[in-house]
Write a protein that binds this ligand. Structure first.
Ligand code: NZQ
Ligand code: ZN
Length: 395
């Protein structure tokens, strides 16, 4: 196991009927609030009215910024920074999912740095040194990204067709309300995307280096098993409290850092490839991952076959997650097949065409990924040809 330092500031307030605690939680961190949210869902489900009433009843000053898009963009983050400065705000309350949270994290970063959102994003060294961010709190309405308890934030610049990720400890939410009943209104596509995103996060950290074992991998396998155990109910019965609770908690703990502690490296190839697809076509993140991840695993397997010891990850998932028996080689192949069947079964499709995208021009994306160094390559160093093959297969 590698050395690690692990700390997470986020207080999780889990369960239904807990929202009355929101004003007290906010007052622990700030008094002048920027309320951020997405396009329309929180108004439709009545959550906006509840939050606004709690803020008004408790004399908490707030300014609001709605309209944050799924696959959030630089412009709304820039607008948030303006509002924070103009109204001297000292706290952001993000009500929504990964997109609202991530955009809020970029507002806090950019405001503290006194630098344009995208310029900061493109200067990771400077970004790492930013400090004194205003705190963020969250009322989560969709289970998927883990952004509610992690330091990550992803943002799209539509002018350049770039979608980039950052991580900064101070951007980790101070608290997050996780109410499973808020998931009841999620559209089916978002439920599917959330399951796929969660499973993909687990695979990404699992296949980060060949050297991890023990706690790192057993913890991650356990969460994989839990996603599989509850996914059927979650995807067929919106009102099932237990399934909503299990997926919500599993998604949060799949990417809050625990699955990564002690690991020797983190690779994230599938996500980097998917972010190019999302940047160009506005594809739903979790669905894109489901299409791409099986082919990334196939690429890993082909390369790992050269050294039988390198098959350990495939064999362990086969045995510990899917209860497979047989020879090591059989299990390795069957594991990739089983994961492919899971993803393609969840999304009920195999190509971007199934989701209304006829084609997309990926040559520039391949250059950015390979020549531009966006594929970190700690488990496997992708060639341009390998990435091109994946884009061809999903097209
Ligand atoms: O915009 P509104 O109207 O609110 O609708 C949203 C949105 O259209 C809707 N929705 C959310 N909660 C709902 C609801 N509809 C009905 N009832 C509810 N309770 O769902 C749609 C998707 O929301 P979004 O926030 O975009 O989803 P998600 O949480 O999956 O976030 C995706 C974004 O997060 C990034 C992705 O790349 C993508 O940009 N990621 C962030 C990560 C992180 N910060 O750690 C890691 C991930 O790997 C990912 O890259
Ligand atoms: Zn993801």
């Amino acid at each position: 196991m590698n050395n690690y330092v692990f700390k997470r500031e986020t207080e999780l307030i889990f369960g239904q009927n807990q929202l009355y605690l929101l004003p007290n939680k906010i007052k622990q961190h700030g008094s002048r609030v920027l309320l951020t949210y997405g396009q329309s869902s929180i108004k439709k489900i009545g959550l906006y009215d509840k939050v606004v009433k709690l803020l008004n009843d408790n004399d908490i000053f707030f300014v609001e910024l709605g309209g944050i898009k799924a696959n959030p963009e630089v412009d709304t983050a820039r607008k948030g920074v303006q509002l924070i400065n103009e109204h001297q705000l000292d706290f952001i309350l993000a009500v929504g999912g990964g997109s609202v949270l991530d955009n809020s994290k970029h507002m806090a970063m950019s405001q503290a740095a006194n630098k344009d959102v995208w310029d900061l994003m493109c200067n990771q060294k400077e970004l790492a040194e930013v400090t004194n961010l205003i705190k963020i709190g969250c009322v989560l309405t969709i289970s998927a990204t883990g952004s509610e308890m992690n330091s990550g934030g992803v943002i799209t610049n539509p002018d350049t067709d770039d979608k980039l990720a950052m991580a900064h400890d101070e951007a980790t939410p101070a608290f997050s309300f996780l109410d499973p009943t808020l998931l009841e209104t999620l559209p089916q596509k978002q439920r599917i995307a959330g399951v796929c995103d969660t499973f993909s996060h687990l695979l990404e950290v699992y296949f980060s280096s060949h050297d991890d074992e023990g706690f790192e991998d057993r913890y991650t396998e356990a969460l994989m098993k839990n996603v599989i155990a509850y996914s059927d109910t979650y995807l067929t019965d919106n009102l099932n409290y237990e399934a909503n609770a299990q997926l919500m908690t599993t998604a949060t703990f799949a990417l809050n850092g625990i699955s990564g502690i002690g690991r020797y490296a983190e690779d994230w190839s599938t996500h980097r490839i998917e972010h190019e697809l999302s940047a160009i076509t506005d594809f739903t993140h979790g669905i894109g991952l489901a299409l791409i991840h099986p082919y990334v695993l196939e690429t890993y397997l082909v390369n790992d076959l050269a050294d039988k010891n390198a098959l350990t990850k495939f064999i362990n998932i086969g045995k510990n997650v899917f209860s497979m028996t047989g020879s090591d080689l059989e299990i390795a192949y069957e594991t990739v097949e089983a994961i492919k069947n899971l993803f393609f079964g969840w999304i009920n499709g195999t190509s971007i065409k199934d989701y209304g995208v006829e084609s997309f021009d990926y040559e520039e994306a391949i250059d950015k990924l390979v020549d531009g160094g966006r594929l970190a390559g700690t488990y496997h160093v992708f060639t341009k040809e390998e990435v091109r093959t994946i884009f061809e297969k999903i097209s």
